[in-house]
Ligand binder design. Structure first.
Ligand code: SF4
Length: 97
């Protein structure tokens, strides 16, 4: 390996390593994070963990995703966050069907 090849190889490995490390950290955060009530988007959407609106909750909203049995589930409106199945926000829309 020439001097230049070696330098490029080292540079590439270092940046690849940083990319992989940061990638897995952010992916884990995305997968696990329950939404906080003081999250700016949650506040803007008036999200609460327990709905006070009769018959409307995250569990029967058209935007809810993921495993129907889980207490905390992904929602289309809050990318990378989990919302409570009993929660509610201003984007609530009746689940079709
Ligand atoms: S849009 Fe709002 S009400 Fe519907 S699942 Fe998401 S957080 Fe819950």
């Amino acid at each position: 390996m020439s001097q230049i090849d070696r330098r490029n190889f080292l540079k590439l490995s270092a940046s690849t390593l940083v990319g992989i490390t940061m990638g897995s950290v952010s992916l884990r955060a995305l997968a696990d994070e329950q939404i906080k009530l003081d999250d700016p988007l949650a506040m803007a959407m008036k999200y609460v963990n327990k709905s006070t609106v009769e018959g409307a909750m995250c569990g029967n909203c058209a935007h809810i995703q993921g495993d129907a049995a889980a207490e905390w589930r992904p929602c289309n409106i809050f990318p990378g966050k989990l919302v409570n199945k009993n929660g509610w926000c201003a984007a609530w829309m009746k689940m079709p069907g």
